[in-house]
Design a protein around this ligand. Structure first.
Ligand code: SIN
Length: 282
């Protein structure tokens, strides 16, 4: 029997009472999907999953997706090692800005799963922010702008503008190949999307990849987007996971934003990440 404990008032829950090294029953799978729909992020502690078990858990939520641009494991192209070595200091990290993964794809990932293998004694937490709560409390003057509007998402800002110089990219533990025309074309998504299971609505805009609204220039969009980002990353809507080796986190990539904290220079951090898909957001 699954036990669910909320992590904060508005998002995130810790799920216990399940051993993921065993087969997952249909009933347990449905409860996990429901918990994810309800809380946008669920943490399941102390599992120490093998990669095949991690992939089986990922499939509970949707078909596994192979991500472009990020170098996967050599022996498994569906798994990414999110790794920062102890000697990688004073450098940016993978996911170290508020974002929704790969929102510039035509069909961005529905969700992701991280399994912690080695984590710093302290630091390296991941933070999520519920975009359901952010939308529900969005001031009316911003709601009037985003309702029914589409926004442009493009990979260029991360792939080109914010990319580390080539020499540090070559040494980084996690490698991204970018500057790719496919990543750098503009893709339109609704600014507000609806969850297919819960029917809840969420803001679908993020500071890394959303460059402007469909019918506005970047200059016109910028102050509006800045105001929205200030609102949608408020600590009120967030939850934070302090990792321990063996922990799993699963999150809805469309109903939440996330941020990897970069406060652990001198320690090694390794998590395995898998990603699942769903229909295009609308
Ligand atoms: C990510 O953005 O998926 C990485 C999150 C993390 O390393 O905490």
């Amino acid at each position: 029997m699954l036990h669910i404990e909320k992590l904060t008032g508005l998002m995130g829950a810790e799920v216990s009472g399940i051993d993921l090294s065993q087969d997952i029953t249909d009933k347990a799978a449905e409860s996990l999907r429901q918990a994810l729909a309800d809380y946008q992020m669920i943490a399941i502690r102390g599992q120490h999953l093998s990669l095949p078990r991690q992939k089986r858990l990922t499939e509970v939520f949707g078909p596994i997706m192979q991500l472009p641009y990020v170098e996967p494991l050599k022996n498994d192209n569906q798994v990414i090692a999110v790794l920062k070595e102890a000697d990688e200091c004073n450098t940016g990290i993978f996911g170290g800005e508020w974002h929704s993964d790969f929102s510039f794809l035509e069909n961005p990932p529905a969700g992701s799963l991280l399994s912690a293998v080695e984590v710093p004694k302290v630091g390296g937490d991941t933070v999520w922010a519920s975009q359901v709560s952010a939308y529900a409390s969005l001031p009316t003057h911003l709601k009037d702008i985003v309702d029914g509007r589409k926004a442009v998402h493009v990979g260029t800002p991360y792939g080109v503008k914010h990319a580390p110089p080539p020499e540090s990219r070559a040494n980084a533990s996690i490698r991204m190949s970018r500057g790719d025309p496919d990543a750098d074309r503009e893709i339109l998504h609704p600014a507000i999307i609806t969850h297919p299971k819960s029917g809840r609505q969420a803001l679908f805009l993020n500071p890394i990849y959303t460059t402007r609204f469909e019918d506005m220039s970047e200059e016109e969009s910028k102050p509006i987007l800045q105001e929205i980002y200030k609102h949608c990353t408020r600590p009120d809507f967030s939850c934070r996971l302090r990792w321990q080796a063996g922990d799993i986190a699963v999150w809805d990539n469309r109903m939440s934003l996330h941020y990897a904290t970069n406060d652990y220079d001198g320690s090694r951090r390794l998590l395995y990440r898998t990603t699942f898909s769903a229909e295009r957001p609308n």
